[in-house]
Design a protein around this ligand. Structure first.
Ligand SMILES: *[C@@H]1O[C@H](CO)[C@@H](O)[C@H](O)[C@H]1NC(C)=O
Ligand SMILES: *[C@@H]1O[C@H](CO)[C@@H](O)[C@H](O)[C@H]1NC(C)=O
Length: 318
């Protein structure tokens, strides 16, 4: 009996049931993604360019193992253009579960920027949206990451689940916004947000070479999220045998099942982008949308830090 308990404890601490299925890294990184060039659906002042244009403009590069995705930070934007040249990539592979480990050294910063790393299924919102890393550059600077889900109706979280994670439900008018349905009572597209503690977005996350952002999706049970700064990354991740049961409490936890069935989320694609102004960053810009567009148009120097440096994005499955 004692031996049994001891050996199962060893098992729990020592090994991972996850196996690496896909690694987006190095020279192959961009081959796993399409470059989306349509107008931004959130009215961003952005000109998403195709891969060839991105290479020609120097907006994407791979140096040794480090992948850089950036925006134009040298030119003013002439009248008649859609906005500042930038990147939006979407994985060609689709997912219905998994453990996604995104290792970044730098996330985009800059007044009016709206960077995001997120997942969604076709025919939005019918197959769901999961925002893993999202926020905006504003004054004063946002220091938290905003996790959120966006779904059709019938996906509600419980306020009591707060005990399961270290981030905080977002409250509006004294109520936790725990209904993930995308048109729920007011603010469109708010979803069911959970905010990380401060220090996990923008400059503060970047200052010691970033870290890892983890999204674990157990299809019928939950979605859990962690962020670890570089000097706190669990050793099992570095060793390529990630085992969430060894880690601290997650930053965010969304319960799936009776109150949010798994079929709200299907065939999800990974998206990484850098937007400007639009529904979130534009409204928050000092002076509003118009001022945001003027700033993004005329102040290229505001965007010298508006880039991602990515070490890898690894997908593990059971
Ligand atoms: C590539 O990275 C190395 C080491 O960080 C750096 O010294 C070099 O300037 C980089 N090259 C380019 C083209 O960015
Ligand atoms: C579903 O939500 C209701 C109301 O909050 C709660 O009483 C019930 O326990 C939830 N069921 C599950 C399986 O989480």
């Amino acid at each position: 009996m004692i031996f049994f308990v001891f050996s199962s404890l060893l098992f729990a601490l020592g090994s991972s049931s996850y196996e690496l299925k896909k690694s987006y890294e190095g020279d192959n990184f961009f081959n796993g993604f399409y470059f989306l060039t349509k107008n931004d659906p959130s009215n961003g002042f952005v000109d998403y360019v195709d891969r060839q244009t991105a290479e020609n403009l120097g907006l994407i590069s791979v140096n040794d193992t480090k992948i850089k995705i950036s925006t134009d930070s040298t030119n003013k934007i002439p009248a008649g253009k859609r906005g500042r040249p930038s990147i939006k990539i979407q994985s060609s592979e689709t997912y219905n579960e998994g453990l996604f480990i995104f290792d970044i050294e730098h996330m985009p910063e800059g007044l009016g920027t709206w960077p995001a790393y997120w997942f969604y299924g076709d025919d939005w919102p019918n197959n769901g949206e999961v925002d893993v890393l999202e926020g905006i550059g504003e004054i004063p600077k946002i220091k938290y990451n905003n996790f959120a889900l966006h779904t059709t109706e019938g996906c509600k979280m419980r306020e009591e689940d707060q005990d399961l994670f270290t981030g905080k439900w977002f409250y509006r008018n004294g109520k936790a916004r725990t209904n993930c349905h995308y048109i729920e009572d007011q603010i469109p597209h708010e979803g069911c947000p959970i905010r990380s503690s401060d220090g996990f977005f923008g400059e503060e996350f970047n200052k010691d070479k970033g870290g890892v952002i983890i999204y674990e999706w157990e299809r019928n049970d939950y979605m859990r999220f962690w962020m670890f700064k570089r000097n706190q990354i669990p050793i099992d991740i570095i060793q390529g045998e990630p085992n969430p049961s060894n880690w601290v409490k997650p930053m965010a936890y969304y319960r799936l099942g009776a109150n949010c069935s798994s079929d709200h989320f299907n065939d999800m694609m990974i998206v990484i982008n850098i937007n400007f102004c639009g529904a979130w960053a534009g409204d928050a810009y000092p002076g509003g949308q118009e001022a945001c567009m003027n700033g993004v148009r005329n102040n290229p120097e505001d965007f010298t830090e508006a880039y991602w440096t990515i070490n890898y994005l690894k997908v593990y499955k059971h």
